[in-house]
Structure formats: structure tokens, C-alpha cells
Design a protein around this ligand. Structure first.
Ligand SMILES: Nc1ncnc2c1ncn2[C@@H]1O[C@H](COP(=O)(O)OP(=O)(O)OP(=O)(O)O)[C@@H](O)[C@H]1O
Ligand SMILES: [Mg+2]
Length: 252
């Protein structure tokens, strides 16, 4: 039933927020040891989906299994790292004190604290208060706090927003290294060119997945030169299918 080769298994998930259905009926399998991109336009349901995975979202129905356990299980607190879209570190503490604090919560040793700071390349700012950091340094401090527990699954909600191209590249390099060491990563973004840095892609729109594929397969199937054009082609295709009626007439 529960398959170890999947970091996440979602079956018939339904979520409403503010009285509106945000996710109607979503099923997906996310493999382990890969960087999986969750991409799609603003308001499409990325954060809602992520919240359901980390167990902070009330779900109406369906099942969400993370690392073999129901989402939100106490044991998963140590096994899943989560960085929210909004700042989650303490502004009046230094980078090091923040990472140490989160490390204590997770039972991590001091060596893990220092390693997490090095991983996100914040050694030179380890003693700076977070409120005095730049935007990019701030998000890397959040990432260090999620990394310190050496999570098996790392869930990052738009970690590269507002970062310059060099920092974005460095972060994606880090994601790749973590995956190579066996960590499973789910990384949301609405920057489509980041799709090429992922092993797999989930393209989300209006609470549903338009595609669950690889970057190469996405371009091949849509006959497009880049991820952004591919995504637009998939949207056009989905709308054409909707227009052709509920009877499911195929839109050629
Ligand atoms: N706290 C909330 N109360 C009610 N509705 C909400 C709430 N948060 C989000 N929604 C609605 O849920 C839908 C999906 O929002 P969600 O935040 O999951 O999208 P997103 O893909 O993460 O967008 P973004 O790229 O802007 O972060 C939106 O239509 C939004 O209006
Ligand atoms: Mg979001």
C-alpha cells in the first residue's frame, strides 16, 4: 500500500479555503531523492498543496501520505523540513542563533548547526541579526533552519523569489546536491525557467495538475522551446478541452 519509493502520495485530495474549493480532486506521487518543481501561476494552489503535505492545512477529504505516514504525524516533524513563503525566522536573532534554535527543537548537534550555515553560504553573516540581512540572505537563513535537522523531505515554498540570478543558480545547485545525497525536495516557484533545474515537474493551475512530467518530456510533448511556452500551450490545450464540452471531445 505505502510505497517507499515515493516521498509523497496524495489520493483524491480536496481542500476548501474561505468557503471556496481550492483543490477539488488531486492525486499524485512524488518520488524520493529528486528535485521536484511545483510550478504555476499565482493563486493556483501551490502553497495550499504544500500546506496539506506538511500537515498544517485542514483537508476536506482524501489522503496525504508523507514518507509512509499520514501528513502531520508527530514523527514527521523531524523528517520533513518546511520553509514557508513568508519569513519564518526571528528577526532579532543572529543567523547562528536562529539555526541553533531550530536545531534544538529538532535535536540536532552543534556540528549540524554549523554545517547548515555553510551549506547556504552564510558563514560571513553567521553573527548578523536577521533583520540586518538582505532579502536573499534572509531566505537562505530560513533555508538553513530547515536544513539543520537533516530532513529526508525538504519542502520549500518559493525559496528563490526576489533573488538575483547568481543566488538562484547557487540555490538550485544546492538543491541538486541535496537530492544527490538522497534528500527529496519539493520546490515551488512561479518562475518557469527554473523548471529546467528540476528532475520532475508538477505544473499546477486552478488547483489541478496540468502536467506531471520531466522537463525534457514537457518540451517534447508540447513541441515548444522553453518551459514558459510549454506551460502556456498546456493551458491553451486545457481550455480548448473545457470548451469542447464535458462530453470529453478531443481537442486536436
Ligand atoms: N487564508 C486564505 N483564506 C481563504 N482563501 C485563501 C487563503 N489563502 C489562499 N486562499 C485562496 O486559495 C487559492 C490558492 O492559493 P495559494 O496560496 O495556494 O496559491 P499559490 O499558487 O501558492 O499562489 P502564489 O504563487 O501567489 O503564492 C487562491 O485562490 C487564494 O485566494
Ligand atoms: Mg504560494
Amino acid at each position: 500500500m505505502v510505497n517507499k519509493s515515493y516521498a509523497v502520495e496524495v489520493d483524491q485530495l480536496r481542500v476548501s479555503r474561505g468557503g471556496r474549493v481550492v483543490i477539488a480532486d488531486l492525486s499524485v506521487r512524488i518520488p524520493t531523492g529528486q528535485v521536484v518543481g511545483l510550478l504555476g501561476p499565482s493563486g493556483g494552489g501551490k502553497s495550499t498543496f504544500i500546506r496539506a503535505l506538511v500537515g498544517v492545512q485542514v483537508v476536506e477529504s482524501g489522503t496525504v501520505t508523507v514518507l509512509g505516514q499520514p501528513a502531520g504525524s508527530p514523527d514527521l516533524r523531524h523528517r520533513v523540513g518546511y520553509v514557508t513563503q513568508s519569513p519564518s525566522v526571528y528577526a532579532d536573532l543572529s543567523v547562528e542563533d536562529n539555526v541553533r534554535y531550530f536545531g534544538r527543537v529538532l535535536g540536532a548537534a552543534e556540528a549540524a548547526v554549523q554545517e547548515a550555515i555553510d551549506l547556504v553560504d552564510l558563514r560571513a553573516h553567521a553573527h548578523d541579526r536577521v533583520e540586518n540581512l538582505s532579502g536573499g540572505q534572509h531566505s537562505r537563513a530560513s533555508l538553513a533552519c530547515a536544513l539543520v535537522g537533516r530532513p529526508e523531505l525538504l519542502v520549500l515554498d518559493e525559496p528563490t523569489v526576489g533573488l538575483d540570478p547568481v543566488l538562484r543558480r547557487d540555490l538550485w545547485d544546492l538543491f541538486g546536491r541535496l537530492a544527490a545525497e538522497g534528500t527529496s525536495l519539493l520546490v515551488s516557484s512561479h518562475v518557469m525557467d527554473e523548471a529546467t533545474r528540476c528532475d520532475r515537474l508538477l505544473l499546477m493551475r486552478s488547483g489541478a495538475f496540468l502536467a506531471d512530467t520531466t522537463p525534457a518530456q514537457l518540451l517534447l510533448e508540447t513541441g515548444t522551446p522553453d518551459a514558459e511556452t510549454a506551460f502556456l500551450a498546456l493551458i491553451d490545450r486545457a481550455e480548448a478541452t473545457t470548451r469542447s464540452g464535458a462530453g470529453g471531445g478531443s481537442a486536436a
